[in-house]
Design a protein around this ligand. Structure first.
Ligand SMILES: [Ca+2]
Length: 158
């Protein structure tokens, strides 16, 4: 996963049958931005993204068989250019028919190497001008020495 890239997060449930599903999760809004969503049957799905919180409710007049994994919504996020580290999605609520259930795949970790934030042309390498912008950030205390060395190591491999 590189800065600027988009990726999808599926919200799915798996239980017996259900007429209602409520799912909430949070994400690190300093690293990723919400872009778009798509909803799927068999539930009528209502959802919102507010700040760093995503809320999803699915209802059905008749009990829906969710004994196999059933997808409700796909959210698309994009990674900020300067994001590094791990992006984690934390499930805070999973409820089926009024019962709290375990969050399936409650967190999603996306590792971002520090050099990726400097790969401005997205060629998977640290070019010399990209290294120089890293050095400039290091000189102005916007980049740690450990991270600068990681970028230099990648530049040496490029
Ligand atoms: Ca590059």
């Amino acid at each position: 996963m590189a800065p600027g890239q988009q990726f999808a997060v599926d919200v799915s449930v798996k239980d017996g049958t259900a007429k209602s599903v409520v799912i909430e999760f949070t994400f690190d809004d300093s690293k990723v931005a919400y872009v778009a969503k798509s909803t799927y049957g068999p539930f009528s799905v209502l959802s919102s993204v507010s700040g760093n919180k995503v809320s999803v409710a699915g209802i059905s007049d008749t009990a829906v068989d969710i004994s196999s994994k059933t997808k409700l919504v796909t959210f698309v996020f994009s990674v900020y250019q300067d994001a590094t580290g791990t992006i984690t999605f934390n499930c805070t609520t999973a409820n089926v028919d009024g019962r709290d259930v375990a969050c399936v795949a409650g967190s999603l970790a996306i590792a971002i190497e520090v050099w990726q934030a400097y790969d401005k042309n997205g060629n998977g390498k640290v070019d010399t001008n990209e290294l120089i912008s890293g050095i400039q950030d290091w000189l102005s205390n916007k980049l740690s020495t450990v991270d600068l060395i990681k970028i230099i190591q990648k530049w040496l491999q490029s």
